[in-house]
Structure formats: C-alpha cells, structure tokens
Design a protein around this ligand. Structure first.
Ligand SMILES: [Zn+2]
Length: 130
C-alpha cells in the first residue's frame, strides 16, 4: 500500500482511484488548463500592448510630418514613450535596416535622427516616402 497522497492541483482535494490520476475531476482539469492559458495570454497582452503603443506613436508622427523626408529627432520618439526593443519585424532597403511595428517603422539615420517609413500592404516592398 502506498501512503503518499496525491492532491488535485486545482482544488487540493485528495486524489482517489487510479494512481496516475492528476486531477479529481474533468472540471478541475479544464479549470487548471484554462488558468494556465489565461496567464500566457496576459504576457501576450502585455507585448501586444507595447507593440500597439509603438505603432500608434510611429503612425501619429508619420501622419503629422508634412515633409516627405519624415525625419524626427530620436529623443522626440523616446519622449513619446516608444519602447525600442519591442518591434514586429526588420526589413532592409538597400543597406539600411528598417525596424517595424506592424506597418509603421523607422530607419536610424544617425545617433540623433530617425526616418519614418510605412510598409505598403500586401507587398514585399516598402514605401519610404508617402
Ligand atoms: Zn479538483
């Protein structure tokens, strides 16, 4: 006879019956897995929130700069709360790296300036002017 008792990880009830049983019931099993899933999506929500905020900042700047050059001081982007290590993808225009948050992105011109870029939908190319 085994004396070690196993407990349901969801409700802490002592498990009876088969020794390989992991949960006391199907509803505890599904509650446990749903809770795990919702924890994962909290992380996803946090990352998506940052990406959405970054996109909003880039979009706002892109649409409000009348000049086709779309140049912005790096400090200005930072001050709006842009998080530089959160982005969706990287593309290259000749040698220059473009970092995107969805369809809006930027190219580092030097240590003080960035050029805003916008990706054309359903295309491999990037529209860097308008
Ligand atoms: Zn249970």
């Amino acid at each position: 006879m085994q004396n070690i008792k196993n407990y349901c990880p969801e409700c802490n009830e002592v498990l009876r019956g088969r020794t390989d049983k992991k949960f006391c019931s199907d509803s505890c099993r599904s509650m446990f897995h749903n809770r795990l899933k919702s924890q994962q999506s909290e992380v996803q929500k946090m990352i998506e929130g940052r990406l959405r905020k970054n996109r909003k900042i880039l979009m706002g700047l892109y649409n409000n700069i009348a000049s086709d050059l779309k140049l912005v001081p790096l400090k200005y982007v930072e001050n709006l709360g842009f998080t530089f290590n959160f982005y969706t993808h990287i593309e290259y225009d000749t040698q220059k790296q473009m970092i995107f948050c969805f369809e809006y992105g930027y190219q580092k011109i030097d240590n003080h300036k960035v050029k805003l870029v916008k990706q054309i939908p359903f295309s491999e190319g990037v529209d860097i002017i308008a």
